[in-house]
Structure formats: C-alpha cells, structure tokens
Design a binder for this molecule. Structure first.
Ligand code: BES
Ligand code: ZN
Length: 439
C-alpha cells in the first residue's frame, strides 16, 4: 500500500476545501465524501454526517467490550490560499519537490490526517484488527472555529464514549524531534465597522469638515495595545519551572522566529523571550483591514466606512466571553468622534492545558520515542484547536496533541509544505500510539 499513498495524498490535496468561503461549499462536501470513502476502503464503517455547516466524517472499527476506546480527531478543511501570486505552484495542484509536498493543507491538516489513516490501515493489514476501539472524527470547520462540532459531540456523547482523544494538528519543535504539546492558546474573533458619511465623498468638497472613517479606525486600533482594561487580570504568570524547562529545549525560539519570518527584529512584550510570548502570553491581532480606494492610481475620496478583523489569543485562565466583552467596551469607549461603530462577534475557542506526565501522556511519550528514536520535547503551542476543550467538557477526556508540522511548513501561508519524512514518521507514530494506548 505504501507505493500508492502519494496518489491518495495528492487526490486529497486537490480538493479546495476552504471552509470560510461558501463559494467552496461543494468542494468541501466532495472532500468529506472522499475521506469517508477512503476510510471505508481500509475496512472501517464510515459515514458523512451533515451539520448546520460543513459535514463531519465519522468512522469506526468494530468495537469490543473491554478494550480502550480512542477518538482520533482531525480536520479536512483548509485556510484560503490567498494571496495566490505568492505561491510557486498552484495551491490545489500538489507537487513533490526534494521530499516535500507543496499544497494548501499539505501539513494543516491533510498530511497529518493521512498519517492517521495509513497508520490505522497498516495496523489492520498486519494484525487483522486494531488493538483499540477506534473512532475517527474528521471535521470540515476547524479553520472557522468548529461551531457545529460541539453539537455533534453532545448529540453522540454515548456513542463516542472514550478514554482519550488523539490529535495531530500541532507542531514538531524541530525536524526529527518528536513533540508532545500539552497546551494551546485559545482564540476569540470579532469584526468591526466604522462608518462616517452616508456615502463616499469628494475629499476636496467635504475633507476637513467630516471625520474620515479610515483615520478613525486607525486611531481606534492603535489604542488596543494601550491595554484593554482587565485584559490581563486572569492571566496566570509563567512559572519558573516551565521557563527553565523551555530554555532547555533543543531550539532557540528567538533565532527561529527571525529565520522563519524574515522580520528585521524581534518584537513583543518586555520580559519574555519568543517562545514565552507565543506559548504563554495573550495577544490582540489585527488580521485584516479595509476601506477606501484600493485600485490603481489615486482617488480623492473620503470613504463612507472602514473595517477591520480582529482576534485575541487567550491563555490560562482568560475567559473568551469576558475578553470579548472587555474588548467591545474598550472599542466603544475609545471610538473617535464623528463616526459610528458596529461590532460583529466571530468564532471563539478556549485555551487548553493538560499534564504531559499523566498515564496517557507517558504513553504518548513512549510512542513518540518509538516512532522517532528520540525523547519527546514537551511544549505548549501558540495556535488554537477550538474543539479540544470540548473533548474534556463534553466527552470527559484529555487530548494527546502529537503534531507533525515543522516550523517551516508554512501552514496558513503561501507555499505550505510537508516532508514525506514526517508523513512516514506519522504512520509509525500512529501505529505505536494505538499499541501504547491499548496496554
Ligand atoms: N493546526 C492549527 C492549530 C495550531 C497551529 C496548533 C500551530 C498549534 C500550532 C489549526 O488548524 C488552526 O489553524 N487553528 C486556528 C483556529 C481558529 C481559526 C479558531 C488557529 O489557531 O488560528
Ligand atoms: Zn490551521
């Protein structure tokens, strides 16, 4: 089977399963169908479950009473590929170059899902059965906040009764270094619109006599980092043992940030190094901004409105709803004169923190060591996987985050890529974790 996995991988990557843009809804559906058929082809019972949004693929083996039950979770949806002109090859036409596959979703999360599927397949081929009761839940809305997956978990709570969740949607700290992530940041999103005049105006005829919404938006956004009142109140300080453990990791976070991003210098909260800023401190980010004339040449205009998309990354013990409320109060209070403000809530997902030394954490570390021949690095992550905290609150289980993304895999960026070496490592890892969890 190994010979043709590249064919499967490429077929999977060719679906433009962009969840955020409804223009791709049928591609998303077709991708779900493909995943489900693939899971059925390896011998699992599989179905595509419709939701209020994009469908969920749910597959299982035949369960035996008394065996451990494991939920493997992943997502088949991807982020938009834009800006297209920055890709060296088209994002949905995968290519293999020097051991790396380039395509949107190559890492996040299709390559990692495929390693789950192939690990399960090889185990079934070798042993004629799996050592655990397995559920595979592959959703199509992770990149937009997993809004309908919680309902799916609640509705199927009994059927999904399990001992642990396993997810490969995080990173490896360095090539060849197996990594167990025991923390994720949360994220909460909102969109704001600042409106001035009832229509776009001639800036000579009215300029100076009305507030410019783009200026007002820029001024408003600039106040965000003067500290939203209450934003840090619940932030748990980093403890010394954790800072020390992170300093011993086989990677220099500051150097890595400089190398991977190409920024002219480091940036961030004083008193913290880069990994501390990314893994343990909250942020306010402006993800998009728009308004006014953006075409060629000039246009002497005062736009009627301007907009921005914001997200806040959250850390223990911040509460998403509370942060949203504080942010809205801050934005309303600091709105410049002469314009009005509209705020629309976006998705929200909590942070996660678990114990890498629990019994299942130790099992994960053994599987990682077996698959990569090295001790696992224990880290937190800056990214978010919204559903993980609901595996805890709805299913009552902890999640093992054993990701395969490399720092230079460019998830969410142009030229996203995944080394076949990690796909292979992921297959070994999946085989090992099934055995370890069965013990
Ligand atoms: N795979 C990422 C999450 C991730 C990235 C975890 C890096 C750890 C390290 C996931 O697909 C993702 O991008 N999640 C979104 C969630 C959001 C849209 C609600 C994120 O973090 O922006
Ligand atoms: Zn992602």
């Amino acid at each position: 089977m190994r010979e043709n996995y590249l064919e499967d991988y490429f077929s999977f990557l060719r679906f433009p399963s962009v969840s955020t843009d409804n223009q791709f809804a049928s591609n998303v559906r077709e991708c779900a169908q493909w995943v489900s058929e693939k899971l059925a082809a390896i011998g699992l019972e599989s179905k595509v479950v419709p939701t209020a949004g994009h469908p969920i693929v749910w597959a299982r083996n035949e369960h035996r009473p008394g065996s451990r039950t494991v939920v493997i979770y992943g997502h088949y949806d991807v982020q938009p590929p834009d800006p297209l002109e920055l890709w060296d090859s088209p994002p949905f036409e995968p290519v293999l170059k020097e051991g790396y596959v380039f395509a949107r979703g190559a890492t996040d999360n299709k390559g990692q899902i495929l390693s789950h599927i192939l690990g399960v397949q090889e185990t079934m081929e070798q042993d004629h059965e799996l050592p655990v009761n397995l559920h595979l839940v592959i959703e199509g809305e992770e990149e937009i906040g997993s809004a309908n997956l919680g309902t799916f978990l609640s509705e199927n709570r009994e059927a999904l009764k399990c001992d642990v969740a396993v997810v490969s949607d995080t990173g490896m700290i360095a090539r060849g270094t197996p990594t167990l992530s025991y923390g994720l940041r949360g994220v909460t999103a909102l969109e704001i619109k600042v409106t001035g005049p009832k229509m776009d105006l001639h800036s000579g005829v009215f300029g100076g006599a009305v507030a410019n919404p783009i200026t007002a938006l820029a001024q408003l956004l600039a106040t965000l980092h003067d500290r939203v009142a209450g934003f840090y109140d619940r932030v748990k300080p980093l403890e010394n043992w954790e800072r020390e453990a992170w300093r011993k990791l086989p990677v220099d976070g500051d150097k890595l940030v400089l190398k991977e991003t190409g920024v002219p210098e480091l940036f961030g909260e004083a008193g913290y190094n880069s990994v501390e800023r990314i893994w343990a401190r909250p942020t306010a980010e402006i993800n998009g901004i728009g308004g006014g004339y953006q075409g060629k040449g000039t246009k002497t205009v005062i736009a009627s409105h301007a907009m921005a998309k914001l997200t806040f990354r959250l850390v223990p013990e911040q509460d998403g709803d509370e942060i949203l409320k504080l942010a809205k109060t801050h934005l309303r209070k600091n709105l410049p004169k002469g314009v009005t403000l509209e705020i629309t809530d976006g998705h929200s997902g909590p942070w996660y923190l678990t114990d890498p030394h629990s019994a299942i954490g130790e099992a994960a570390q053994r599987a990682l060591r077996e698959a990569f021949n090295r001790d696992a690095a224990l880290i937190r992550e800056g990214g978010s996987i919204p559903i993980v905290s609901q595996f805890r609150s709805i299913l009552g289980v902890e999640t093992l985050l054993m990701g395969l993304a490399l720092p230079d895999c460019r998830a969410h960026s142009p030229n996203e890529n995944f080394p076949l070496e990690n796909l292979e490592g992921g297959i070994r890892l999946n085989k090992a974790i099934l055995q370890e969890l069965a013990r």
